[in-house]
Design a protein around this ligand. Sequence first.
Ligand code: TYD
Length: 134
Amino acid sequence: SNELCRKITFPELGDERGNLVVVEGALDIPFEIKRAFFIYGSDATVVRGCHANRFSEFVLINVSGSSKVMVTDGHRKEIINLNRPRDGVYIPKMMWKEMYEFSPDAVLMVLASTHYDGSEYIRNYDDYLKEISK
Ligand code: TYD
């Protein structure tokens, strides 16, 4: 598939006690979850990410607050607003991504298909463009 990314709305099992959002690996998202991390304390001026991953797929969810995600394959570009705990975005491997405009209360949770391996990151945009044009 050549999709840049895919917005996912997760099931919400709310009742009078409050809301419950469930994300099951390989059921609600396209991969089994090997890793979770979250980003908070970034502000509206910070740009995070700025990399592509050769092997990892990700799902990003703003479990609190809001942020934006820009995804590009070097040709097309999409910008996704994440501003509800039940919304996520699936990002396939080898997409360049940037996260920015974090609200003060933003907690951006990231689910990953892999364990961390710094060597699968491409952190320079020109290197990325060269690699995808091969
Ligand atoms: P970085 O990839 O720059 O964060 P972001 O994509 O949110 O901008 O990661 C910051 C540092 O944390 C970097 O030294 C690598 C390390 N790190 C890990 O050790 N494990 C991980 O799972 C992640 C995402 C980062």
